[in-house]
Write a protein that binds this ligand. Structure first.
Ligand SMILES: Cc1ncc(C[n+]2csc(CCOP(=O)(O)OP(=O)(O)O)c2C)c(N)n1
Ligand SMILES: CC(=O)[C@@H](O)[C@H](O)COP(=O)(O)O
Ligand SMILES: [Mg+2]
Length: 641
């Protein structure tokens, strides 16, 4: 296809097949148009911008050379997939990105045949790609499988498990390492230094050019065994890369923004590769958009913004964010106790540990995208008398669960787990929802499990966790801003296992765990007005439970409802289990447990998601109404149900 006069090339590309008829020489023009389209789209949707800008040429080149979707293209994390989505039939929906009923912000199987594997959690692409490559071998299906993984994602252990296995299986898998020398923050760890050496080694490049020409020549004429021998020999001359030692044919580094580099290498690999190949491309996160290029975070995640100036829309917060309250409270406690250390898994700004890093850099550790390691690293510190705050988003804590059980809980080590992004997170959708941490922590013997009802409670829980040395302790809090309550200068130390009564009633008891407390208080106003006198209590602890409080609520009310921003198996289940075995249900108490629904809820505004889940004031009132079918018309009118 040659560009029609006065018609943007991008308008002629509905699917990659259209792209493949564009001449190589016109691809830079297509890249310019694609980059502009993406910038414009994200300026109105917000989302992940920097990563996608860095892979515009790479994405075009891959779809140009490989027969997607027959050839499988997997993006690691998937936050860089916006160019891919625009090129694969979703341009018309790209401005619905990360919104209710809109496109996912990550790759998603259900969304397109061009998304063979969903992502969002990091470092899964090589494993999934290897699975698909082996499936192709087993089924005798000639197919290329390409996994695009970033340098940050390559700091996770899972990536090495996959590289190790791929090398052993000698599978026909193409791994493209997208090295932009950035994670969300600048990368940490020895791997990023190693990659930097690879990307800058002139001598290495010189020897490699000669070695590659020789290998390529031999590779065409002699079977793979010889080629591998030569490759190995080359390694001795040029100091083979770690990837080659793991059985990969390593190509690069090459310029990931140059079609002159990308196209011949991809075509050569497509036509000649027999075993696993790793192509190391060097790109720039935020490429082509000066405000992103200039930003420290390369516009990794942005709000809506002005395309001309790059200025991001900043909603005026009514209250400080939970993350900032946590960060300031931790710094405050760290000033009082030099045993307090902070650990993040590549999310310093997201968790707020960058604030601790500013004040106590020597007591703050960014271990890379390595949650498993983060947890056991914290356990090692705790074993030596330190007070580690291992700050992980709820969803990412899932990655280190066995370490929580095996290395922390069984040994009763006093690791502190600040769990941010508890409950629905909104735009990131089901992959990032913090749904399960209460369920998977409150069942561990010896664990103390807390949830902050508001930002003042969060300060108390940071102080309590800092003071608690008897074993592991966690406290969860949601994404976004607090409720605007008065905050203490410094948190108080809470009595472990003790909840609090917020308001007294006589007929209905609402027992909240976490920030649904505000909705419980609102619901109680309506219930009181309808003559259903309602008690509201804040449990504060899912473990140990406040047995005295629960007994009292059970004995003095007709209906007890537990409310939490977590899946079944968490706080409500713990309470129900206690009530059952205490015989407190034998006396006719009505019990209801409000939890996150047993479905993967797609992205929307969190308040919309909670309303859909029946976890807002209206949903709580409705639950009471259903528990008392004999309500009068007047009561129903007052309840608005
Ligand atoms: C298991 C897990 N931990 C943390 C994250 C948060 N996260 C999303 S993208 C990212 C950085 C990825 O860096 P890289 O792979 O280099 O991609 P780039 O943004 O540079 O293109 C992180 C830490 C995640 N998605 N998954
Ligand atoms: C892609 C990824 O996993 C992170 O960028 C995540 O989206 C950050 O979430 P927050 O925006 O809640 O910090
Ligand atoms: Mg990177």
């Amino acid at each position: 296809m040659t560009a029609k006069p006065n018609t943007p090339l991008l308008d002629q590309v509905k699917l990659p097949a259209d792209l493949r008829s564009i001449e190589d020489k016109d691809l830079p023009q297509l890249a310019r148009e694609l980059r502009d389209e993406m910038i414009d789209a994200v300026s109105v949707t917000g989302g992940h911008l920097g990563a996608g800008l860095g892979v515009v040429e790479l994405t075009i080149a891959i779809h140009k050379v490989f027969e997607t979707p027959h050839d499988r293209l997997i993006f690691d994390v998937g936050h860089q997939c916006y160019p891919h989505k625009i090129l694969t039939g979703r341009r018309d929906r790209i401005r619905t990105l990360r919104q209710e009923d809109g496109l996912s912000g990550f790759t998603k199987r259900a969304e397109s045949e061009y998304d063979p594997f969903g992502a969002a959690h990091s470092s899964t692409s090589i494993s999934a790609g290897l699975g698909m490559a082996v499936a192709a071998d087993l089924s005798g299906t000639p197919r290329n499988v390409i996994a695009v993984i970033g340098d940050g994602a390559l700091s996770a252990g899972m990536a090495y498990e996959a590289l190790n296995n791929a090398g052993a299986l000698d599978a026909r898998l193409i791994v493209i390492l997208n090295d932009n020398d950035m994670s969300i923050a600048p990368p940490t760890g020895a791997m990023s230094a190693y990659l930097a050496r690879l990307a800058s080694g002139r001598t290495y490049m010189g020897f490699r050019e000669f070695g590659k020409k020789l290998t390529a020549y031999l590779g065409k004429n002699i079977d793979r065994a010889i080629t591998r021998a030569v490759e190995h020999a080359r390694g001795y001359v040029t100091g083979g890369t770690m990837f080659e030692e793991m059985g990969f044919y390593h190509i690069g580094p090459i310029d990931g923004h140059s079609f002159d580099h990308l196209l011949p290498v991809l075509r050569n690999v497509r036509d000649n590769a027999q075993g696993p190949v790793l192509i190391h491309v060097v790109t720039q996160k935020g490429k082509g958009y000066p405000p992103a290029e200039a930003a420290a975070d390369k516009y990794h995640g942005v709000n809506k913004f002005d395309v001309i100036t790059g200025a991001q829309a900043k909603a005026k917060p009514n209250a400080p964010s939970y993350t900032s309250v946590f960060a300031e409270a931790l710094v405050q406690e760290a000033r009082h106790d030099d045993k307090i250390v902070g650990i993040t898994a590549a999310m310093p700004s997201g968790t707020g540990l960058d604030k601790l890093q500013d004040v106590f850099p020597e007591r703050t550790f960014d271990v890379g995208i390595a949650e498993q390691h983060a947890v056991t690293f914290a356990a090692g510190l705790a074993a030596e008398g330190y007070k580690p705050f291992c700050a992980l988003y709820s969803t990412f804590l899932q990655r280190g669960y066995d370490q929580v059980v095996h290395d922390v809980a069984i040994q009763g080590l006093p690791v502190r787990f600040p769990i941010d992004r508890a409950g629905f997170v909104g735009a990131d959708g089901p992959t990032h929802a913090g749904s399960f941490d209460t369920s998977f922590l409150a069942n561990l013997p010896g664990f103390v499990v807390m949830a902050a009802a508001d930002e003042a409670e969060l300060k108390h829980m940071v102080r309590t966790a800092a003071a608690y040395d008897a074993g592991p302790i966690s406290f969860r809090y949601p994404r976004g801003e607090g409720v605007g309550v008065q905050m203490p200068e410094r948190g108080e130390i809470l009595e472990i296992g003790k909840g609090r009564i917020m308001k007294e009633g006589t007929k209905v008891a609402l027992l909240s765990f976490g920030t649904r407390l505000a909705d419980c208080l609102l619901a109680a106003e309506d219930l009181d007005a309808a003559g259903l006198s309602t008690t509201v209590a804040d449990a504060r602890f899912a473990k140990p439970l406040d047995h005295d409080l629960i007994r009292r609520l059970a004995r003095e009310h007709a209906l007890l409802i537990t409310v939490e921003e977590g899946a079944i198996g968490g706080f409500g289940s713990q309470v129900a289990h206690f009530l059952i075995n205490e015989g407190l249900l034998d006396e006719g108490l009505k019990l209801r447990s409000l939890v996150l629904p047993d479905v993967w809820m797609d992205q929307a505004k969190p308040e919309t998601m909670y309303a859909k889940a029946g976890l807002d004031a209206k949903g709580i009132v409705s639950t009471v109404f259903k528990a008392f079918p004999g309500l009068s018309q007047e009561q129903l009118r007052v309840l608005g149900v």
